[in-house]
Design a protein around this ligand. Structure first.
Ligand SMILES: [Zn+2]
Length: 108
């Protein structure tokens, strides 16, 4: 689990509630197909629920979303202009597997 940082020491203080995904160490196991918000036609915000998420102190954070029985990732980049992108959707088993790889730094 993450350690909270002192307030004011970072641009985005770490609340310490969520995991920090590992940075990719070498070749990715899986390269995800990210689609920036607005161009994602299956995107249905009303039925989304956040199942898991990574710490928001990083420049890039990720969320695992459940959308009407299917699952997708949301990637949020906070630098300069906020950029949101989605990957998926997948069936639950595949989504959980990919989420685990993402946290380990083996999928991006
Ligand atoms: Zn953090």
């Amino acid at each position: 689990m993450a350690q909270p940082t002192e307030p004011g020491t970072e641009e985005w203080p770490c609340p310490g509630f969520a995991v920090h995904p590992s940075l990719p160490a070498g070749l990715l196991e899986v390269s995800l197909d990210w689609c920036e918000e607005g161009r994602y036609t299956h995107h249905c915000p009303n039925r989304q629920r956040v199942i898991d998420y990574t710490c928001a102190c990083s420049e890039t954070s990720y969320e695992l979303l459940g959308v009407g029985g299917r699952y997708q990732f949301r990637r949020i980049r906070r630098s300069n202009l906020k950029v949101v992108a989605y990957a998926g959707p997948w069936q639950r088993v595949r989504a959980v597997e990919l989420w685990r790889l993402l946290l380990k730094g083996e999928a991006r």
